[in-house]
Write a protein that binds this ligand. Structure first.
Ligand SMILES: [Fe+2]
Ligand SMILES: [Fe+2]
Length: 331
């Protein structure tokens, strides 16, 4: 098994793109099977050495207007370059750096985002709760909150129906240096979530929304061989450790941020510096400049549900083109 990283150009050329005209719903499944209606319905399927693989793109936290703009601009490039059958994004910072509104949820769906996850900012805009509770909307709250927390815990998406496989996505919040929400044990919650899945060898993407690199790494090793990928979010800083673990689980400690990188994790650096140098509370506004789409592409064996490779995504904005041309004056 490949340990990780970029596919060779030669193997990429072997990829066959199959158009999937309709996505099927399995009658014996208890969970809603979300079909989505967007350009990503096209499934890219690879036949390499009789192995059937598909690609999933997962994007780091979409942060404010700069993040929304670079996402909109770079989505055509993402589609063309990675040919993924599903695109999923963490959207917890989409509303001016904190929370997600129903309007922005719909906007991202129109852009072609198949499903959205949320982390510790999940309830910052309470209007999103209706979408979280709607079984047909592909968005979920972190799984390891109280049973009384509002919203569903699992996203189920059809993969390419030619292979009768679905993709399951859930988010686990960390407990180390994460004071903003009270989370339960993410390891026990992962066991519980996996045991409840209706498929054998399911294709599962787990988002590790955690502050501590150690907690993310431990979770990835705990789930190695049981899920396709454990992908970290929350710190907004991408790490250089993308790899496929021994059991076949793709892992990256943090996939980064879809937002402005001329900032301090998305916020205005002057204000953040004033806070750190004075020790006083300072309101943080969004930063701007250096926008990029960051995330990871995971190539999955659709039969086994294990990862074949993982590649880091880092697509910078083109500031000479809309929508940035009218927003920034860059040297
Ligand atoms: Fe977060
Ligand atoms: Fe975030």
């Amino acid at each position: 098994m490949a340990t990780s990283s970029r596919l060779s150009k030669e193997s990429s050329r072997k990829f066959l793109t199959l158009r999937c005209s309709a996505l099927t719903r399995r009658s014996n499944a208890s969970l809603p099977n979300l079909t989505g209606e967007n350009p990503w319905e096209a499934c890219s399927v690879a036949s390499v050495q009789s192995m059937t693989t598909g690609r999933i793109v997962f994007l780091g936290d979409i942060n404010g207007a700069p993040g929304r703009m670079v996402l909109e601009q770079q989505l055509p490039t993402l589609r063309e370059r990675y040919g993924a059958f599903r695109l999923i994004a963490n959207a917890e910072n989409a509303r001016n750096g904190s929370g997600l509104t129903p309007d922005l949820y719909e906007t991202f769906r129109r852009f072609g985002v198949d499903a959205m996850t949320l982390g510790d900012h999940v309830y910052r805009d309470a209007r999103i709760v209706a979408a979280l509770e709607d079984p047909l909307k592909p968005i979920a709250r972190p799984a390891n909150l109280s049973a009384r927390a509002q919203g569903k815990r699992l996203i189920r998406l059809s993969a390419c129906p030619a292979f009768s496989r679905d993709l399951f996505v859930f988010t686990l919040l960390g407990r180390v240096h994460m004071p903003s929400l009270l989370a339960n044990d993410p390891f026990a919650c992962a066991d519980e979530m996996l045991q409840a899945l209706p498929e054998r060898n399911p294709i599962v993407l787990v988002e590790a929304h955690m502050e501590a690199t150690s907690e993310k790494g431990a979770l990835a090793r705990y789930l190695d061989g049981r899920v396709a990928a454990v992908l970290g979010t929350h710190t907004h800083v991408a790490t250089a450790d993308a790899r496929v673990l021994r059991g076949g689980t793709a892992f990256m400690t943090d996939v980064g941020m879809t937002g402005p990188h001329d900032s301090v994790i998305g916020r205005n650096p002057e204000q953040v510096l004033r806070h750190f140098t004075s020790g006083m509370h300072v309101p943080f506004e969004m930063g701007s400049g250096g926008e990029a789409v960051q995330g990871a592409m995971v190539e999955v064996n659709l039969e086994t549900g294990r990862a074949m490779s993982i590649e880091r995504i880092d697509l910078p904005a083109d500031h000479t083109r809309a929508p940035f041309r009218t927003m920034h004056t860059r040297p």
